[in-house]
Design a protein around this ligand. Structure first.
Ligand code: RI2
Length: 318
């Protein structure tokens, strides 16, 4: 990541916080990036339109470079800068960016609420739900069902190495939902008691595959083996127009020190720390989006509807 002294501090600060996971979760990093660009536009001094445009482009690169996998980040900055080329002066450009950022943040938050409502209709009283990592979208479903009076219990995976499962059990316990924390390798053991799995998404590919927290694909396989429905909660800005143009999703690999102190291991032992994995569409029962509950095989239609096929290829330079 390039940290540029000429770019305003807010953008650098947000990018740094996304990189070191103080700001995390695919939805939150997207909303934070939109807010950072808005701040950049608002704080700009002077009347030089080209200078503001350059500053926003630099800010966009810094933000997008902070984490490589979640398409939500890229979609957020694209949505925030949409139409900026048409601005004829600084004031107009500023207004475009502020309007777009506010709209993105509002729609993104509303999408999480709608996903909660749609997803809750798939739950019934006394169900046991398994969730992985800490997804605002997936937890929105569980909380919505609970707020309608359903008695729901949750198995939350620890989600090594960052242990986001602890955030999940805190968040759910706070509203009175009974939780059981399990280590990641206990998923298959727990599946005998589980009625449905609900997870979030970092990216939905054009073929319907899900990119989500490492371990998600093993959970999907265990669920499939036990005939337990595997549901994915994904706002439409988690769908990747880039995969439609043939790009592969880059899987982030973080520092080995997050897994274990290398000094505790014999010399020469390698450590790998991949952050996400891919779950093929055949393991996914439904995608719960703000547009409704759909098949993973409808991902192409969602991408074209939301981003427009022609503009996708233009943006990618194809
Ligand atoms: P929401 C997280 O990534 C998890 O993979 C989670 O499933 C996903 O983002 C979506 O989260 P990380 O930032 O947008 O913890 O639903 O690496 O909150």
């Amino acid at each position: 990541m390039r940290l540029d002294a000429t770019t305003d501090m807010k953008v650098n600060e947000v990018a740094r916080s996304i990189k070191n996971m103080e700001i995390r979760g695919a939805g939150l990093i997207a909303r934070s990036a939109a807010e950072a660009l808005k701040h950049s536009a608002k704080e700009f001094q002077g009347e030089d339109l080209t200078a503001l445009m350059r500053k926003l482009e630099e800010s966009k690169d810094i933000l997008v470079g902070s984490r490589p996998t979640a398409i939500s980040l890229w979609n957020a900055v694209q949505a925030t800068l949409r139409g900026s080329q048409e601005a004829t002066d600084v004031e107009e450009l500023r207004n475009i960016v502020v309007f777009n950022a506010d709209r993105f943040v509002k729609r993104s938050s509303e999408a999480v609420q709608l996903i909660g409502k749609f997803g809750a209709k798939r739950l019934k009283d006394d169900m046991k739900i398994l969730t992985h990592c800490n997804s605002k979208a997936a937890l929105s479903v569980i909380k919505n069902a609970h707020s309608r009076g359903m008695n729901i219990e949750v198995y939350a995976t620890e989600s090594r190495p960052w242990r986001q499962g602890i955030l999940t059990v805190k968040e759910l316990s706070d509203v009175g939902i009974p939780c059981t924390l399990i280590i990641d390798s206990a998923v298959r053991w727990a599946m005998k008691d589980v009625d449905a799995v609900f997870v979030g998404a970092d990216t939905i590919c054009s073929n319907g595959a899900l990119i989500n927290k490492i371990g998600t694909s093993q959970i999907a396989m265990a669920a499939s083996d036990s005939r337990v429905p595997f549901m994915v909660c994904a706002e439409t800005y988690k769908f990747s127009p880039r995969t439609l143009s043939g790009e592969m999703v880059e899987i982030e690999e973080r520092d080995a020190s997050e897994v274990i102190d290398a000094k505790l291991l014999p010399p020469g032992v390698k450590i790998r720390n991949p952050v996400f994995d891919a779950t093929p569409p055949e393991y996914i029962d439904s995608l719960i989006t703000e547009l409704g509950v759909i098949s993973p095989y409808a991902a192409y239609e969602v991408i074209v509807r939301e981003f427009g096929q022609a503009s996708i290829f233009e943006e990618m330079g194809d």
